[in-house]
Design a protein around this ligand. Structure first.
Ligand code: HEC
Length: 118
């Protein structure tokens, strides 16, 4: 009985160890392939922003003297961001849901979040 329990314990410890090693290898592989994944998202978002958003919102996320809000102080609210970008707002902000993929909008969010004023 005692022997059986300890066998099982050893077996599950071994399984856990194997899984841990496998997981670590997967994470490393992903990092090697893409560099820092968040930095890659920020970089993609930055170029999409320059292409699609900066003429209204300004090259540095603000365009003083216009009706566009300062995106550096946009709240930490990804749901609101994604909703506005997909659907537009008040017929002033155009909708992007048919133009940008969810990934592109996610990358825009990574970029804009990275520039948030403290
Ligand atoms: C044609 C000009 C124009 C373009 C292009 C544009 N916006 Fe806007 N955006 C606006 C205006 C105007 C508002 C303010 C709308 C309001 O509050 O009535 C706004 C508001 C916003 C807001 C704040 C929404 C909120 O919920 O308070 C976000 C975030 C935003 N834009 C992101 C973007 C992103 C990202 C892009 C590029 C994909 C973009 N905008 C492109 C004009 C534009």
């Amino acid at each position: 009985m005692l022997r059986e329990v300890s066998h099982r314990t050893v077996a599950s410890l071994a399984t856990a160890a194997v899984l841990t090693v496998a997981l670590a290898a997967t994470v490393r592989a992903a990092d090697d392939a893409t560099g820092n994944p968040l930095q890659a998202q920020i970089d993609h978002g930055k170029s999409t922003y320059a292409e699609k958003c900066s003429h209204c919102h300004g090259p540095n996320l603000m365009n003083s003297g216009t009706i566009t809000p300062d995106l550096r102080v946009f709240p930490d609210d990804k749901t609101r961001f994604v909703t506005t970008v997909k659907n537009g707002k008040n017929n002033k902000m155009p909708p992007w849901g048919d133009i940008l993929s969810d990934d592109q909008i996610g990358d825009l969010w990574a970029f804009i979040s990275s520039r948030r004023k403290p």
